[in-house]
Design a protein around this ligand. Structure first.
Ligand SMILES: *Cc1c(COP(=O)(O)O)cnc(C)c1O
Length: 483
């Protein structure tokens, strides 16, 4: 593609994206296609000859758009949000345009140094402990996902627990990892990938608010040590996926220190809220953690993928993941004066992800990011109050941040039908979980375009839909079930 053609089509595509985002609110939130519909629109064979870009863009409109769930719709309340913003999209475009692969400092010093600098900025921005700054033994990196962060943390923790017995050679005892049943599935995946086996994951019990019980953790560690099992890592979650429960970090950290176990703190969704000083209490106790992650790509206006992953001591991480083949040797690496981020992650290659975060920070400033978080925390708190005040609904868990979990009185079947009816309307999208065994609706506020009025409209729809289902004869049976 010539520079002239790229310029032309690039402008067309940017116009297309701007129009799409401008009109996204008028679309049904979720895709309205049957399985297989998208593939049936595509030719069975790849094109033998090149085609005009305009034809490709027309097919985006015809084939791709109908098959989209519109994550950027302001009434997207499902899972957690995946923010996308103008500056972040432009940062992604620049990263693609530069085509840099930043595996080593030497393969693009700016890619490494901008990243290291931004991760230090984020320590300040989120009020994180100084141990995570890169000018001491610790430091941060941008990982593709919180799942990768917990895997790398586990590999580093195992490195430390086994005194550097890389590849587990010479480990003569079983290893174990600890988290609650509310913790993210990526922890079990990491345990499997690391070769510990799912049995190595211990489920620590929770308190009435779905948060880890430090006493139960203490007992589990004690029992394993007595049985000759080596505890490798504890994962505490700040803001669980099911209900945004906050595991009590100070008590957990104290237990971990006493048992000499690596503490990883998974704040994938909630951590970025700490950009607001009044919300920094969620991180109390974090100064004793060995590693930490939060996702700028959920609720901090930065496109996926942008996980901020920190370690208090990078030696274990680099010890576990650093390999230097002859073909990567270079003077800068040999000098020991530079960071080679390939040693902080599973793949060798890496994208220039820092650009989008840099653009976001400079475009919005911390003030702008705080306003974004505050608007959603206030809207979620308003919603939680409505749920509490409504005689037919219950709040299923505390809502300290932007996730509200609730149920309509009347049993699981009614709540399942309520969620299906809400989502079928195309006007909003929520998902569900199970808390204390009961089917529970989750409404996660936090989209780039989500405002208070969208949350108000969602609640009006929830109550009206529930009333309609209960009034409908078919719904009567469920409504009469005990709560
Ligand atoms: C979303 C989430 C994850 C997984 O995040 P990815 O970046 O998609 O891997 C892990 N833990 C928690 C608490 C989450 O909310």
């Amino acid at each position: 593609m010539s520079a002239e053609a790229f310029r032309l089509h690039g402008h067309d595509l940017v116009d297309w994206i701007a129009d799409y985002l401008d009109g996204v609110e008028d679309r049904p939130v979720t895709a309205q296609v049957e399985p297989g519909w998208v593939r049936r629109q595509l030719p069975p064979e790849p094109p033998e000859r090149g085609e005009p870009f305009a034809d490709v863009l027309a097919d985006v409109e015809r084939i791709v758009v109908p098959g989209l769930a519109h994550w950027q719709h302001p009434s997207w309340f499902a899972y957690f949000p995946a923010n996308s913003s103008g500056p972040a999209v432009l940062g992604e475009l620049l990263s693609a345009g530069l085509g840099v692969q930043g595996m080593l400092w030497a393969t693009s010093p700016a890619c490494t140094e901008l990243e290291a600098h931004l991760l230090d900025w984020m320590v300040t921005a989120l009020g994180l402990p100084e141990v995570f700054r890169s000018d001491g033994p610790g430091g941060g990196t941008i990982a593709d996902s919180a799942s990768s962060a917990v895997l790398c943390a586990l590999l580093a923790a195992r490195e430390r627990a086994t005194a550097g017995a890389i590849n587990c050679t010479g480990i003569d005892r079983p290893l174990a990892v600890y988290a609650t049943a509310q913790a993210h599935s990526s922890i079990e995946k990491a345990v499997r990938i690391a070769g510990l086996g799912s049995d190595a994951l211990r489920t620590v019990s929770v308190d009435g608010e779905h948060a880890l019980s430090p006493a139960a953790l203490d007992a589990a560690l004690e029992a394993d040590r007595a049985a000759g099992v080596e505890p490798v890592m504890v994962v505490a979650t700040v803001g669980t996926t099911s209900s945004s429960a906050l595991d009590p970090l100070p008590e957990i950290a104290e237990v971990c220190r006493r048992h000499r176990v690596w503490l990883h703190v998974d704040a994938a969704y909630a951590g970025v809220a700490a950009v607001c000083p009044e919300l920094r209490w969620i991180h109390a106790g974090l100064e004793l953690a060995d590693s930490y992650c939060t996702n700028a790509h959920k609720w901090l206006l930065t496109n996926f993928d942008c996980t901020l992953f920190y370690v208090a001591d990078r030696a274990a991480l680099v010890g576990a993941l650093g390999i230097l083949p002859e073909y990567l040797r270079n003077a800068a690496t040999a000098s020991g004066d530079v960071i080679d981020y390939r040693d902080w992650q599973v793949p060798l290659g890496r994208r220039f992800r820092a650009l989008k975060l840099w653009f976001v920070l400079r475009h919005y400033g911390l003030e702008g990011l705080r306003a974004h978080i505050r608007e959603h925390v206030e809207a979620a708190s308003w919603l939680a109050q409505q749920v509490v005040a409504h005689p037919d609904f219950t709040l299923a868990a505390p809502a300290p941040l932007s996730l509200v979990c609730f149920r309509r009185l009347g049993g699981d079947a009614l709540n399942e039908r309520l969620l299906a009816a809400l989502n079928d309307s195309g006007e909003l999208y929520c998902t569900h979980t199970r808390l204390d065994g009961a089917y529970t609706l989750r409404l996660a506020v936090g989209g780039t375009r989500t405002e208070r009025r969208h949350v108000e409209a969602a609640w009006a729809r929830v109550t009206a839909t529930a009333a309609r289902l209960v009034a409908h004869p078919g719904a009567q049976r469920d409504a009469e079930q005990p709560v």
